[in-house]
Ligand binder design. Structure first.
Ligand code: GRF
Length: 207
């Protein structure tokens, strides 16, 4: 069976990458295959995870590249070399330019640790998302998988899952619960959903 070729872009621990790898190994992700991991950071633990599962990886560091253009040209050429059809941003810490994003309509998805449109957009990443949710006093938060367009966290929503907030939560506790009960579940599900669509609709997908 033909599968959608997926690149997962990471910068950190890679627990969401791990959830995707596990889904692939369990046959839950069956319409797509992770054929490349792109890391924005050479020390990302996500790279170890890729290696352990025999997935090729490439490091493209924004610091080393002189400019955003050079950074994105390098990423594009790695994606092209591996015939990538779907990009999954799983904790990738660099913003991709509107120019880059416009070349991949409905072909880039991202996982965000809140229920968009709450606690999202510029500056909302990592623990800040959960700190703000706690400060606001929300009783429910969660995670969202969405398409990536030129507006940070502004693309069409694909899947969401809610998670309760408890009285004695710290940002760290809440972050962990959102990952375990939402992110690691909906990201593989969305990867399968979109991979299947790409295979079914072929060249028309995303137009
Ligand atoms: C996750 O919280 C994800 O929602 C956000 O970045 C974090 C990445 O964590 N986009 P990990 O590297 O997958 O463990």
């Amino acid at each position: 069976m033909l599968k959608t070729k997926i690149a997962v872009m990471v910068s950190g621990g890679g627990t969401n990458l791990q959830a995707l790898i596990d889904a692939q190994e369990k046959g839950l992700l069956k319409s797509g295959e992770i054929v490349l991991v792109v890391s924005g950071n050479e020390t990302a633990h996500a790279l170890e995870r890729a290696k352990k599962h025999g997935i090729p990886s490439v490091v493209v560091s924004k610091k080393i590249c002189g400019s955003q253009t050079e950074f994105e040209t390098k990423i594009q050429s790695a994606l092209k070399e591996h015939g990538i059809q779907l990009i999954i941003l799983a904790g990738f810490m660099s913003i991709l330019s509107p120019d880059f994003v416009s070349k991949w309509p409905k072909r880039i998805i991202n996982i965000h640790p809140s229920l968009i449109p709450s606690f999202c957009g510029k500056g909302f990443y990592g623990l800040r998302v959960h700190e703000t949710a706690l400060r606001y006093g929300v009783k429910v938060t969660g995670a969202t998988v969405h398409f990536v367009n030129e507006i940070p966290d502004g693309g069409e929503i694909i899947l969401q899952k809610s998670v309760p907030v408890y009285k004695n939560d710290t940002p760290e506790k809440l972050q962990r619960r959102v990952m375990e009960r939402a992110e690691w579940m909906i990201l593989p599900r969305a990867a399968e959903l979109i991979s299947r669509k790409i295979m079914k609709e072929g060249a028309d997908y995303g137009l």
